[in-house]
Design a protein around this ligand. Sequence first.
Ligand SMILES: NC(=O)c1ccc[n+]([C@@H]2O[C@H](COP(=O)([O-])OP(=O)(O)OC[C@H]3O[C@@H](n4cnc5c(N)ncnc54)[C@H](O)[C@@H]3O)[C@@H](O)[C@H]2O)c1
Length: 337
Amino acid sequence: MRVLVTGGAGYIGSHTLVHLLRADHQVLVYDNFSNSSPEALARVRQISNRDLASREGDLRDASRIEDAFARFRPDAVIHFAGLKAVGDSHGQPLEYYAQNVAGSITLLQTMARHGCARVVFSSSATVYGEPDYLPFDETHPLRPQSPYGRSKLMIETIIRDWVAAHSGARAILLRYFNPVGAHASGRIGEDPRDIPNNLMPYIAQVAIGRRAELAVHGNDYPTSDGTGERDYIHVEDLARAHLAALDALNRIAGCEAINVGTGQSTSVLEMRAAFERSSGRPIPYRIGPRRPGDVARMCADVRKAASLMGWQAELGLEEMCLSTWAWQSANPGGYGE
Ligand SMILES: NC(=O)c1ccc[n+]([C@@H]2O[C@H](COP(=O)([O-])OP(=O)(O)OC[C@H]3O[C@@H](n4cnc5c(N)ncnc54)[C@H](O)[C@@H]3O)[C@@H](O)[C@H]2O)c1
């Protein structure tokens, strides 16, 4: 299949590319490299021993996307590109709506013009907001708490309406829980540009000595040890879910939202201890106040992913920590070094 991958140079995109190439799909990456490096694509080529095409461009640049579609003629799109920092989105809501929402509209308009009727979209568990019950199933009410989360929900809604209006169009909205880990080779991984917003890259940077200690945001939640619990999903399992979704698009009608998680939740302190074991490095930490907007616990109901896509997570905490450490220790400065 010919697959156009927006944001393919990013963290989740780069891992997915390796699986796409190994499955003999032809790939064009469309990315503005605002949060990634072309070096990630070079490493994907090395790991997979296959070539892929890439085009530098912004989602909002209609003529450049048009040109990419005219030349590449994709059968399907995997749409990763967008801004993703929940905290930043409160300060720059318009930037989030312009890039994520308006950019997705431009993409869908171009798809429609070219008769490309299949899309897999990177949504997020943040669309759920405060849980009424756990685990979250896909019918749980949607009440995102940030401009970022609301931009994801808006795109979900727009894709649903687009599918309903175009006969033959099909979409899968993958609601990722907390992606962590790296390719086992340590050649590609998550490379945050600033202070990491997420737990795992933060822990990894403490382990390598780039940061002094882990800031734990609150230890008075109603969880096993008082720290927040999340459903961490290995990025390699997540990458496989995109191939399962492409395949499932042959069988479903319309548009489906599907959770991608493990169904298990792990606390901050459990993850810290697992990382100490895997890396053999101490991870000093300090307990601070709760962070506004954080929920105590999140966890996915993963039955729909199994029944519709035949997919389930296979990798556990140890593989998440070992692969993160393989990436961080071989690339202490990320792709910059
Ligand atoms: N990593 C997570 O924790 C997580 C969780 C849930 C959902 N998601 C979603 O998954 C997707 C991929 O996440 P990621 O962690 O790989 O992020 P990432 O920032 O590593 O990758 C996103 C890629 O999109 C590119 N990009 C951003 N804005 C663009 C634009 N306007 N035009 C063209 N390219 C653009 C960036 O350069 C980058 O290569 C995002 O949509 C994100 O919101 C991520």
